[in-house]
Ligand binder design. Structure first.
Ligand code: SF4
Length: 224
């Protein structure tokens, strides 16, 4: 890639970050609660995530002991508003079991280094690199760009990533364009942009702030 091309990509990401970053939101609770929240939030929106977390907190409790002593059906019922409850409940139970058995409790997560947490979480079935990265960025302050479905789609449409790029390649390419300290902001802004403008089915290119530079615009609006 030429310097001019990478300058344009940087400009597009900076523009999106500037216009679509709406703050970090409030994340309360322990590291264990954050992890459970990330699992619940997979493939659903914030409203449904909040409903499920609230139910789980009230009816079961969000700590390894409470999760492990509750009937699985009860956990599933709490997670229903967030969908995929039959997948998410076993993941949360497995997380609670590993935290309890291997770490002795959730407080240990708070004390672990970035590297230790990342290694521990990566070994848990159902916790993929995105979940690990979101946790690391929000709870441990890691300077990375987690790649969710919106970040992946937007990066490919902007020509930053290739169709065949895997998770780590996309993340690396984005991080190369962003100064340190701005990566989580960019992650959140791109998600917002992907939900509102560069939507999956029919992106709103005519009102997109980077349409004059985007190589994909002509695919969706060939006559404009
Ligand atoms: S021009 Fe269209 S395809 Fe390109 S980033 Fe904007 S909305 Fe997405």
């Amino acid at each position: 890639m030429t310097d001019a091309e990478s300058d344009i990509q940087r400009l597009m990401v900076e523009t999106i970050t500037e216009k679509f970053y709406a703050g970090r939101g409030r994340r309360r609770g322990t590291h264990f609660e954050t992890l459970v929240g990330i699992i619940i939030s997979q493939n659903t929106n914030d409203k449904n995530t909040l409903k499920a977390i609230t139910q789980l907190r009230r009816r079961v409790g969000i700590d390894p002991d409470s999760i492990l002593s509750a009937p699985k059906e009860e956990i599933i019922n709490c997670l229903r508003p967030a969908g995929l409850y039959n997948v998410k409940a076993p993941r949360i139970i497995e997380l609670a079991r590993r935290v309890k058995e291997e770490l002795g409790g959730s407080r240990e997560i708070e004390k672990m280094s970035e590297e230790e947490v990342s290694k521990f979480l990566s070994k848990i079935k159902g916790i993929g690199p995105k979940t690990v990265d979101v946790f690391m960025a929000f709870s441990k302050g890691a300077d990375i760009v987690p790649v969710d479905t919106h970040v992946s789609r937007v990066s490919k449409r902007l020509g930053i990533a290739d169709e065949k790029d895997d998770y780590f390649k996309i993340r690396k390419k984005l991080e190369n364009l962003l100064p340190t300290g701005k990566r989580l902001e960019a992650h959140l802004a791109i998600i917002n942009f992907g939900r509102r403008i560069c939507i999956a089915r029919r992106p709103k290119c005519p009102i997109c702030p980077v349409e004059r530079y985007c190589p994909s615009k002509k695919l969706f609006y060939p006559l404009k």
